[in-house]
Design a protein around this ligand. Structure first.
Ligand code: MG
Ligand code: ZN
Length: 229
């Protein structure tokens, strides 16, 4: 009983911070994408490749969530983007309060797009609202094609699903047709991208999609704030 009460309190506090984050992003017309997957799906490599592909087009910042170490933040900085590392010290997801603090650790007013790389975990990050604009799911080929059926929550909520590591498709029994059908059953609106962060295959389609979303927000805000002459 007590445990349930404590969990409820934590969720209410998280909702308050999430609402605050949503308002912060809305004010700035800044899209923020919460990237969720199992460990080892290639999230950091994918983000580094995305940053390189969009260099000169979009200014991207990254909030990195890991249980320990700042290895991933260093990799993002090496790819040329500002990154803030959060260590959850054992917790298996990021909280909205941590994101609220991290926004101020990035040069937020210079950014067109913020990625949150959540802690590698397909389950609870999908239920912790961070106030993000959208959730993005990453599924990699070696994990197997039964993930959407087994872990439906994140696939049902994601605005886009990236199927990563398609360069090793030939060596597996991964059935793309089945995965696509399973995802569409859960979420008709989600965009599915087949990518390989390693070879660059499919990165253009994914980056075009990102660019459209970020530019749309920016043009809207530019129109709104342009002074009358
Ligand atoms: Mg990572
Ligand atoms: Zn968790």
């Amino acid at each position: 009983m007590r445990k349930i009460k404590v969990r409820k309190k934590i969720l209410i506090a998280n909702e308050e911070y999430a609402a605050k984050n949503r308002a912060f992003l809305k004010d700035r017309k800044l899209p923020c994408l919460n990237v969720i997957s199992s460990p080892g799906s290639g999230k950091t490599t994918l983000l580094a490749k995305t940053i390189e592909t969009l260099r000169g087009k979009l200014s991207i910042g990254v909030i990195e969530g890991d249980i320990q170490t700042d290895i991933d933040a260093k990799r993002i900085r090496k790819a040329g983007a500002p990154a803030h590392q959060i260590n959850t010290e054992g917790a298996c997801h990021l909280s909205a309060a941590q994101i609220s603090y991290a926004f101020h650790k990035l040069p937020i007013d210079r950014l067109d797009l913020v990625f949150i790389e959540n802690v590698g975990n397909l389950v609870c990050p999908s239920t912790f609202d961070l106030g993000e604009t959208d959730k993005i799911a990453v599924l990699s080929v070696p994990e197997g094609d039964d993930k959407p059926a087994k872990y439906p929550m994140i696939f049902a909520r994601a605005a886009a699903v990236l199927i990563n590591k398609i360069d090793i498709l030939y060596a597996t029994d991964f059935n793309i047709k089945k995965v696509k059908a399973d995802i569409s059953k859960l979420n008709k609106k989600t965009k599915i991208f087949l990518v390989s962060a390693k070879t660059g295959e499919g990165m253009k389609q994914w980056c075009d999609w990102l660019e459209k979303r970020a530019i749309n927000k920016r043009t809207k805000s530019a129109k709104k704030t342009r002074p009358r002459q």
